[in-house]
Write a protein that binds this ligand. Sequence first.
Ligand code: PEP
Ligand code: MN
Length: 359
Amino acid sequence: MIIQLKRRASQADIQKTVARLKQLAVETGANIRYHTVQGEELPVIAVKASGADIAKIQEERLRQLDCVEDIKRIADPYKLASKSYLDRRTVRVGDIEIGDDRLCIIAGPCAVEDEKQILQAAREVKTAGADMLRAGAYKPRTSPYSFQGLEENGLKLLKLAKEETGLPIVTEITDPRNIQMYLHYGIDVYQVGARNCQNYDLLKALTALHESSAAVLLKRGMATTLDELMNAAEYLLSGNVRNVMLCLRGIKGIDLKHTRNSIDTGDISVLIQSCNIPIIYDPSHACGKRRFINDTSLGAIGHGAHGLMLEAHPNPESALSDGPQSLYTAKDIDSTSGLARVIQNARRYYGFRRNLTGG
Ligand code: PEP
Ligand code: MN
């Protein structure tokens, strides 16, 4: 259930509504949980309980309150993420509006490796037409012997790349204790990686971002269901972080001989029908091979993706991580192993699809 309050509702109105809600729960023995959040336009109280418990709450007794605008019963376990609450939300990062008319392209190497590499990547990614630069400073790797990232020094270099190119920065956060450091370096988008999709302590800690303009890019875990993903996003939304994007990146499947993961582009269509959050697709981690990136990107757009996250490196053969799936940042426009061509194709196809579907 979502209780929407009137536009001018004061703190006292919110408290009055919560008090009435609690009173109704006590009277009926309903076991409920609630969050008060600033909704897209109006302040809202999201109430969650089992179907039987929520049915006990008498809507009329809440509607009696002058400050209540509307009450929506939402069957989905996720409330604020649900399409029944809000048709769609857009996310703003700097001048970029994600989930709207323009396809959002996030690109960059898997990891920040050194100053020369990240500055070259940043310049070339910008020239190729990307909107944001992405690279990892803290890398959660399967093997402890693999390159683990430059850590704080990586964040410093990303700040430098942003100062030079003006591109907003996307980078992964792995540890709640680092949030203040990331804020200090002006990180624009906090990527929650596949391994942390259901790390609820991290998600709860990230609600500290609600007072900043930072956004969160929540990646699907490799064996995470769509409902689990939307519930994970609900942790952020119910903590007042409204700038949330979801990112699909392939899942574990039965045949991983040819691609790194099972390509889950079809799930974009499903998500778009169930939830209101913009969807980014990451073909790089889904495919694991450069030669599939162009087609998979177009497939993702065909299913309605609002953006792509593409790994691209100035010299993939010498990349410290994920070279085989990285596009060349500066290969000429005729090659689909180059970032510029993939972006050009993706933008054209996005426009074409919008004309076909009417948006
Ligand atoms: C990454 O984005 O570089 C990464 C490690 O991805 P994932 O969390 O999806 O495995
Ligand atoms: Mn990677």
